[in-house]
Design a protein around this ligand. Structure first.
Ligand code: SAH
Length: 407
């Protein structure tokens, strides 16, 4: 095992259990680096801090996973962490109306760069670190042992492939062993809050579905009845479907992905068939494959009583935060100007680099430029299957508010 010694004064955050160590904080490694491996981490005065995975090809050289000296960093420890993450979600497995949720939430579950979601009988994993890639077979075999999914599909996170020097791959595991893709595999069906969804194998964004918005989709229902709703950045229609179930008069769904919008319509039909949505729901929905920012600017004034703004991650890193704040502000400002007086906006940011304070500040700039008063009705975040680890503030990535716009 390597010994990594941290520079004097550079160990404050990691002693408080932050899991990332960048090259600038590292004084030296003993013995000399040859290949990725486990490391014990020491302060400049020789005090043990934590165990982690050291890999010079990763953009985060050392990823810490345990601060307990008695732990023995090994495959076995990774198995234990996987098992613990799943066991912490026991309550979610007993939900009758939801069969899709997150099993492993990366650093917040002490497994850096690994996210795993369950969708009905399948598990989908997103790998965003070299650590995740190295331990994928161990994690997949533990998940298989505990949950017996029909298949585990693992994809490399496109956003991190370059940074981490990983090739983009799709891998499959069955019965704990890596296998070839079964070309005849069907789409997987699952329910969330009683609404049916279907995800195609190896396709779609993230792991095919954004289960972090589960509680927030439910939260918008009480405001949607009888309303003209705009679902901006709708993807496959999570919010659209909930608005329809709540009795919205109309829903316009806008996304740049035409295939996501086609799938949205398919899911409306699916829920009509399952009698979750009333007959004729399809006729209330219009889809617009467009750039949402431009589409909103071109839209009619006072047409909507309710808007959902769920853009993709606009601030990828801390350094791009300033520009991203402008883009978020612009989006929210135009929405506040276009919506009817007294209308409701559910607005989100999934940028980890943007704090909740930044988000509120951005909203206040938008409101002031739109000449509107804003009431915050609800504060939203990801569900408890995406926990926020206090020592890793970046895990509070999804922030949202339901606001009323008074002009
Ligand atoms: N609200 C969705 C998730 C949205 S994810 C749900 O509940 O499932 C963000 C979406 O924004 C993606 O579907 C992506 O295709 C879309 N997107 C990204 N850039 C866009 C743009 N400029 N205009 C419109 N859609 C965009």
């Amino acid at each position: 095992m390597y010994k990594v010694i941290i520079k004097e004064g550079k160990d404050r955050t990691i002693r408080r259990h932050h899991p990332w160590v960048f090259s600038g904080a590292i004084d030296r490694i003993e013995p000399a680096y040859t290949e990725a491996g486990w490391a014990e981490t020491y302060s400049s005065t020789g005090l043990f801090i934590a165990y982690g995975w050291y890999d010079e090809k990763s953009h985060i050289l050392l990823r810490l996973i345990s601060w307990k000296k008695k732990d023995n960093p090994s495959d076995e420890l990774v198995r234990k962490l996987t098992k613990a993450a799943v066991e912490r979600r026991r309550d979610l497995f007993s939900l009758a109306d939801t069969t899709a949720f997150r099993l492993i939430h990366g650093e917040a579950d002490f497994l850096p760069g690994i996210a795993a979601d369950v969708y009905g009988r399948e598990i989908r994993i997103i790998v965003s670190s070299r650590f995740g890639e190295a331990f994928l077979p161990v994690i997949a075999s533990e998940l298989d042992k505990m949950l017996h999914p029909s298949v585990i599909e693992a994809v490399t996170d496109k956003q991190f492939a370059g940074l981490e020097g990983m090739s983009e791959r799709v891998r499959h595991f069955r019965n704990g062993e890596e296998t070839k893709e079964d070309e005849s595999r069907d789409n997987v069906r699952f329910i969330e809050n009683g609404i049916w969804y279907e995800a195609a194998p190896g396709k779609g964004q993230k792991s095919g579905f954004y289960c972090d918005q589960r509680d927030n989709r439910k939260a918008i229902e009480m405001y949607a009845k009888g309303k003209n709703v705009l679902d901006l950045f709708s993807y496959t229609g999570g919010f659209t479907l909930h608005a329809l179930r709540a009795g919205a008069s109309s829903v316009d769904s806008v996304d740049s992905s035409e295939s996501a919008l086609r799938h949205l319509l398919y899911q409306v039909h699916l829920n009509e068939d399952k009698e979750v949505l009333s007959e004729g729901s399809r006729d209330k929905v219009n889809i617009y494959p467009s750039d949402a920012f431009q589409w909103l600017r071109d839209s009619e004034d006072n047409k909507y009583d309710m808007m959902i703004l769920d853009p993709p991650k606009l601030a990828k890193t801390k350094s791009s935060l300033e520009n991203a704040m402008k883009a978020y502000k612009d989006l929210n400002r135009v929405a506040m100007m276009k919506i009817r007086n007294g209308g409701i906006i559910a607005t989100f940011s999934c940028s980890g680099a943007m704090t909740r304070e930044d988000f509120r500040l951005m909203l206040s700039w938008a409101a002031s430029d739109a000449n509107a008063e804003i009431q915050i009705l609800r504060t939203l975040s990801a569900g408890e299957d995406h926990p926020v680890r206090l020592s890793f503030p970046e895990s509070e990535y999804l922030k949202g508010y339901i606001i009323r716009v008074i002009k």
